[in-house]
Design a protein around this ligand. Structure first.
Ligand SMILES: *[C@@H]1O[C@H](CO)[C@@H](O)[C@H](O)[C@H]1NC(C)=O
Length: 124
């Protein structure tokens, strides 16, 4: 990954933050757009578990993974057709999107994504 554009944006961010403390502040909406992209660029850690059944501890692949800037922490949950939880997996996922009830064979699958803090996918 080319780090230089990232560094440039960080410098811009610091400049904007410093600027926003002055009376001639940039509109706060502009500042928050930059703050948001700053947050999205942080590398964070995610809980990883390849396989977990309801009411049990992680049975396979428990650990921690590092989400790069284009990845997020995710929890995938699979349900049986009757709505009963079947299994859960957690990890780092590129282009993560929150989706509900995708049909997969005779199961329904949900994905949740977060990158707000380290191990955030333990609580979503
Ligand atoms: C999960 O692991 C913890 C700590 O290792 C243990 O105390 C607990 O009994 C386990 N829970 C189940 C449901 O196996």
């Amino acid at each position: 990954m080319d780090k230089h554009p990232l560094l440039g944006l960080l410098i811009l961010l610091c400049w904007l933050r410093g600027e926003s403390l002055r009376p001639t502040a940039a509109p706060s909406s502009l500042t928050s757009v930059f703050l948001f992209s700053y947050e999205a660029m942080e590398v964070i850690q995610c809980r990883m578990c390849h396989l977990q059944f309801p009411g049990e501890n992680c049975s396979r692949g428990r650990g921690i993974c590092t989400a790069t800037t284009d990845e997020a922490c995710t929890v995938g949950r699979m349900f049986k057709k009757n709505g009963k939880p079947w299994l859960t997996f957690m990890g780092c996922l590129k282009n993560c999107a929150n989706v509900e009830n995708i049909k997969w064979s005779t199961y329904l699958v949900n994905f949740r994504c977060c990158r707000s803090y380290d191990l955030c996918n333990e609580n979503i």
